[in-house]
Design a protein around this ligand. Structure first.
Ligand code: FAD
Length: 313
């Protein structure tokens, strides 16, 4: 029997659910206060990498399913997804944290640079092949695909799930909106600020958690990040912070000084100690929010779990 499904939220969490649910005998409407490009999902870097997320079977499955999904989609150049080398370094003198993220990486996708080939100052260098999701291309692409398959998009602020009681299933992908919608104050904003410089797509994605520094060569610009500012609710850019981010990048890659600065942005990651993917007992609501700094890394794995929950509701 056909199901009427309401999805609240049009970021990567909402769109990935709509994508995996469409094609089943469902009528899907996505309700959102804001759409791409005016949402956090557009501000993501967004390379696949498990960052500050639960390290258990569920978390690993979500990451690996998303990896496989993006890898397949990278075969379509129009998707804005490509498989890119990522270099992750560990510096000398830095306390080595347990690299739990290695357990998340699909077999064969990660190698270590031999010690004799390491650049000065480095203790370790991991080389990983990861999906790079160019949000400025992928989010509109996904919306197009969804509209063509009959998914309806409606701009609307949902203040209470009761407003959607005529639907058979309500999927809550409202990220930070869940603070009000579900009165869940355990989801908090973690602001990220980044600079944009003229791009060089021949560079790998670069990740240095210790500094902290990441460089992401997209087609339109190179993202240089960034910050991880917990409980900051203002989505604003601070020029002094952008300058500091750029100076850190110049310290390690002086050649980047030749790249014109072309912009900057700030976004609020919807962080929660545990990503919430579950059906709320006694209701028609399935939650899918709190993906923090890994929303793209987790999206299609979480959406697959949501699809299973929808079938069982
Ligand atoms: C600087 C930065 C870099 C990042 N880099 C990466 C990265 O490299 N890799 C990665 O995987 N992740 C990265 N992230 C994290 C990623 O951006 C987020 O985890 C992801 O975008 C969350 O997606 P979402 O769909 O859950 O939320 P959002 O994109 O915030 O979407 C939420 C949706 O819900 C809607 N909404 C909210 N409340 C209501 C309401 N009451 N009624 C109706 N609609 C509502 C909003 O309008 C919006 O449409 C980064 C984030 C930042 C800020």
């Amino acid at each position: 029997m056909s199901k009427e499904i309401a999805i609240v939220g049009a970021g990567i969490s909402g769109l990935s659910c709509a994508y995996l649910l469409s094609g089943n005998n469902y009528n899907i409407t996505v309700f959102a206060k804001a759409f791409s490009p005016d949402i956090t999902s557009n501000r993501a870097a967004a390379f696949w990498f498990p960052y500050h997320i639960r390290n258990d079977k569920r978390g690993r499955d979500w990451c690996q399913k998303s990896y496989a999904f993006y890898k397949q989609l990278s075969e379509d150049p129009a998707s804005g997804i490509s498989m890119k080398p990522l270099v992750k370094v560990l510096r000398e003198g830095v306390q080595e944290e347990e690299p739990v993220w290695i357990e998340f990486i699909p077999d064969g996708a990660c190698t270590l640079t031999p010690p004799e080939a390491l650049a000065p100052g480095l203790k370790k260098q991991y080389n990983v092949l990861v999906p790079l999701i160019e949000t400025q291309i992928f989010l509109p692409y996904l919306r197009n695909v969804l509209e063509e398959s009959g998914v309806v998009f409606e701009k609307r602020i949902v203040n209470d799930f009761e407003e959607l009681s005529s639907y058979d299933v309500i999927i809550n992908c409202s990220a930070l909106g869940s603070r009000d919608l579900c009165r869940d104050v355990s989801v908090i904003p973690v602001r990220g600020q980044v600079a944009l410089i003229k791009t060089d797509t021949s560079r790998p994605v670069y990740l240095d958690n210790e500094k902290p520094l990441y460089i992401v060569p997209r087609q339109d610009a190179m993202i240089v990040g960034g910050t991880f500012e917990e409980n900051v609710f203002e989505e604003i850019i601070e020029p002094a912070t952008i300058e500091r981010i750029l100076n850190t990048a110049y310290e390690f890659f002086p050649e980047l000084k030749q790249h014109a600065v072309v912009g900057s942005w700030a976004g609020l990651r919807p962080y929660r100690a545990e990503v919430r993917v579950e059906a709320e007992p006694g209701t028609k609501v399935i939650h899918n929010y709190g993906h923090g700094g890994s929303g793209f890394t987790l999206a299609f794995g979480c959406a697959e779990e949501v699809s299973r929950l929808v079938k069982n509701l």
